[in-house]
Design a protein around this ligand. Structure first.
Ligand code: SAH
Length: 223
C-alpha cells in the first residue's frame, strides 16, 4: 500500500504539539523519562484518520473505526511505565493492536513486540503505519488474543489494551516468572487497571492501579 504520511506533522500535529502533550503527561504524574521521550518522538497523528488528526495531541481517546478507539495518551504512558518498571523487559506481548500507537511506543523501548489484533483491517492499517515509522521489531498477528500467542511465549511482559471480565488464564501461563502483566479488568462500568507480577508458576501478586474505561476484550476474529 503506497500511503504517504507526514511523519513530522505541522500546526496542530507539529513537534510543539507533541512537546505540550509530554508536559501535560508529566503534570499528570508520568515520571519515566524513556516513556516520555518515546511519546515525544512518536507521530500519534498518523495513527488516526486524517479528519481527526488535529486532535491527536490532546489527551483523548479517539475513534479508529469498527467501534474501537485509540487509547488516551495518558493511559498509554501509564501502562507502558508500569510494564517497564520491573526490568529487564525484552520481549512483550500486546493484546489489542488497534491503531498500532501503543505498539509503536513499546517497540522503541524493548527488543521485540508481538501484537495480536482480532480485527484484520485494523491490523493492516497498523502495519502500514509501523512500516512508515521504520519500526522493524514488531510481529503482528491476526488472532484472538485471549488465547495469547503461545508460539513466542514466555513473555517478560504482557499488555492488554481491552477490558477482560477476568484475567485470561492463557495469558498468565505465557508470562515469564518474574514477568509483569498490565490489564484492565471488569465490565463496562467499574473497570480497574491491574498490575500483576508472576512470582512463581502459581503465585501472582496483583495491585489495582486506577479506574479505567476500555473497550471490551471480545472473542473470535473478524477478517
Ligand atoms: N492499543 C490500541 C487500543 C485499541 S482498542 C490503540 O491505542 O490503538 C482495543 C483493541 O483490542 C481493539 O482494536 C480491539 O479490536 C482489540 N481486541 C479486543 N478483543 C481482542 C482479542 N480477544 N484479541 C485481539 N484483539 C482484541
Amino acid at each position: 500500500m503506497a500511503e504517504k504520511f507526514n511523519l513530522r506533522g505541522s500546526g496542530m500535529t507539529s513537534q510543539r504539539a507533541r512537546d505540550r502533550l509530554v508536559a501535560s503527561l508529566e503534570a499528570q504524574g508520568i515520571m519515566s523519562t524513556e516513556v516520555l521521550k518515546a511519546i515525544q518522538s512518536t507521530p500519534r497523528h498518523i495513527f488516526i484518520d486524517e479528519a481527526l488528526a488535529h486532535g491527536a495531541y490532546e489527551n483523548n481517546a479517539l475513534p479508529i473505526g469498527f467501534n474501537q478507539t485509540i487509547s488516551q495518551p495518558y493511559i498509554v504512558a501509564k501502562m507502558t511505565e508500569l510494564l517497564l518498571a520491573n526490568k529487564p523487559v525484552r520481549k512483550v506481548l500486546e493484546v489489542g493492536t488497534g491503531s498500532g500507537y501503543q505498539t509503536a511506543i513499546l517497540a522503541q523501548l524493548v527488543d521485540n513486540v508481538y501484537s495480536v489484533e482480532r480485527i484484520k483491517p485494523l491490523q493492516e492499517r497498523a502495519k502500514v503505519r509501523l512500516q512508515a515509522m521504520q519500526i522493524n521489531n514488531v510481529t503482528l498477528q491476526h488472532s484472538d488474543g485471549g488465547m495469547g500467542l503461545a508460539q513466542y511465549a514466555p513473555y517478560d511482559a504482557i499488555l492488554v489494551t481491552a477490558a477482560a471480565d477476568q484475567v485470561p488464564a492463557e495469558l498468565l501461563t505465557q508470562l515469564a516468572i518474574g514477568g509483569t502483566m498490565v490489564i484492565p479488568v471488569g465490565a463496562d462500568q467499574g473497570q480497574q487497571l491491574k498490575l500483576i507480577i508472576k512470582k512463581s508458576a502459581s503465585n501472582y501478586q496483583t495491585k489495582v492501579v486506577e479506574a479505567v474505561n476500555f473497550v471490551p476484550l471480545l472473542s473470535g476474529i473478524i477478517s
